[in-house]
Design a binder for this molecule. Structure first.
Ligand code: URA
Length: 215
């Protein structure tokens, strides 16, 4: 799959580092120095799930808990994602779950490590791995959880607010269902419309079931 600005597809071919299986790809990625994020992170947090998964969920980057566990979406945002997937009728264990960026980027504040947004260069460099994951999995549907995932998949900024709930066609890859990132629900849970925000997220996720049943 060509991802982002189109340069990642050729890059995959040029460097000849294609793996035949996800465990091989993960092994290759564990030595990734494509950007500097590996230096401060504890470890690579690669995608998780079966190569035969029909649905790939793409988040932004691992958080503090994921960095320590080495697994995607196991912290607070992941628990909320699990709950909402369950409410939407989606079995997470049948999906492949990954991130646009595979190392935790943070700012150290005392003992705390605060999430820092990956920049365009870090996202573009890491898109190489997402493209390789998608090439091996060939999912029927990709779910972009928030703006960073969407930026990686389209190679340009696409408004999550405008596109959420839609399934966008991608010329060189599987269609992309757009929704918010689960951490948005965490950030808005004290707002009066928190229930509605959560309901909308579950409704977006339910489209996975509808799409996979119809397709
Ligand atoms: N947020 C993400 O985008 N990914 C994770 O794995 C955890 C939190």
């Amino acid at each position: 799959m060509t991802i982002g600005h189109g340069k990642f597809g050729p890059a995959l071919e040029q460097e000849g580092a294609r793996a035949a299986t996800l465990p091989d790809l993960r092994e290759q990625a564990s030595g990734c120095h494509r950007c500097d994020l590996y230096k401060a992170a504890t470890q690579l947090v690669f995608g998780e799930g079966a190569q035969g998964a029909s649905v790939v969920l793409v988040g932004e980057q691992p958080g503090d808990r994921e960095d320590i566990a080495g697994r995607p979406f196991v912290g607070p945002a992941g628990l909320l994602l699990n709950e909402c997937l369950h409410e939407a009728g989606v079995d997470r264990s049948r999906c492949y779950v990954t991130n646009a960026v595979k190392h935790f980027k943070f700012q150290q504040r005392g003992k705390r490590r605060l999430h820092a947004k990956p920049n365009a260069d870090e996202i573009q460099r890491c898109a190489w791995w997402l493209a390789a994951e998608l090439d091996l999995i060939h999912p029927r549907l990709v779910v972009a959880l928030g703006g960073t995932a969407l930026y990686t998949l389209f190679g340009r900024s696409v408004s999550v607010t405008k596109a959420r709930g839609q399934i966008l066609q991608v010329p060189t890859g599987p269609p992309v269902l757009v929704t918010v990132h689960p951490s948005y629900l965490l950030r808005t849970q004290k707002r009066p419309d928190a229930e509605m925000v959560r309901h909308q997220f579950v409704t977006d996720l339910h489209q996975i079931v509808q799409f996979c049943t119809e397709a």
